[in-house]
Write a protein that binds this ligand. Structure first.
Ligand SMILES: [Zn+2]
Length: 295
């Protein structure tokens, strides 16, 4: 398994940190968890393309977690030229409705899709890419999931958990992925010390967890329950007994020299595993960092 952070930022515009996105390579599959604005650009920077992605898991439908979803679907459809399997997409309701509203004939991209399917110039490009007319419309295979669901694929499985975020307005999930002798959990957006994530992530090699605030700087206690702070993040990692904690979803206010170090130090006072300050395009050492003696 290989994990690459695509976007470690928030909805706040940032050139350094794109919005949420994570890339997981396992066996022959390429899995994307969340695909916020800018995450697709980061995917390209890894050398991967939309056509390489096989599965998408969306944690919740806040735009900073799903705005590049239509980009992924349309570029995969366009470049794939009907020669690759349909994209498998999992997430909370109303993901099916959102997908319909994007790609159906009367959807947001309906006129574009009709032009590309029917105009002879577009059909010529499609055939040059190896497609055989008539051209099909994009058809991502969407499955709406619920906490407790398990998705089993070739050599890996994903278990759906519940995060503590902005329910009941949006369903908000965390995902645990287990493959041969390796496991990881992604919290989605989650605040306070979420018991469900503690349970879901139990014993994982890697927990990627939202770390929005330095404790004490949250605007309100309600906000803390929605987004948490670094002490909450540390407590989740400690209780879940994970081996490595990756901090993500970080505001510019905490991404400052001196603040970073303070956060890591205070987290390590609570959680005795590895702590990684996530950065876009970082590849996570699954079994923890290894020190090599200079030779
Ligand atoms: Zn959110």
């Amino acid at each position: 398994m290989k994990i690459t952070l695509l976007g470690t930022g928030t909805p706040t515009p940032s050139l350094k940190r794109q919005s949420s996105g994570y890339l997981i390579e396992v066996g022959d599959d390429l899995i994307v968890m969340d695909h916020g604005p800018g995450a697709h650009h980061r995917l390209l920077e890894t050398g991967r393309r939309a056509v390489n992605v096989t599965h998408v898991f969306l944690s919740h439908l806040h735009y900073d977690h799903c705005m590049d979803y239509p980009r992924l679907v349309l570029q995969r459809w366009d470049m794939g030229a009907d020669r690759i399997a349909d994209l498998k997409v999992y997430g909370p309701p109303p993901l099916k409705r959102m997908t319909e509203q994007l790609f159906a004939e009367d959807g947001v991209f309906g006129p574009d899709i009709e032009a590309r399917v029917k105009h002879q110039g577009s059909i010529d490009v499609f055939e040059a890419r190896g497609g055989v007319a008539p051209r099909k419309r994009p058809s991502p295979q969407v499955t709406e999931v619920r906490p407790g669901d398990v998705i089993e694929e070739n050599g890996w499985k994903v278990t759906v958990g519940e995060a503590s975020h902005v329910q009941p307005y949006l369903e908000c999930y965390a995902y645990r992925l287990d493959a041969a002798e390796v496991s990881m959990c992604y919290s989605g957006d989650s605040g306070a010390v979420c018991r469900d994530i503690v349970k879901l992530a139990h014993g994982c090699d890697v927990l990627i967890h939202m770390n929005h605030f330095l404790s004490g700087t949250e605007p309100t206690q309600i906000y803390r329950a929605v987004c948490g702070n670094h002490i909450d993040t540390a407590e989740v990692a400690r209780q879940a007994k994970v081996k490595t904690l990756v901090l993500t979803h970080m505001l510019e206010q905490i991404d400052q020299p001196g603040i970073r170090e303070r956060i890591i130090e205070e987290i390590t006072e609570i959680f005795d595993g590895n702590v990684i300050w996530g950065e876009d395009l970082m590849v996570i050492p699954i079994k923890g960092p290894a020190l090599h003696r200079m030779e």
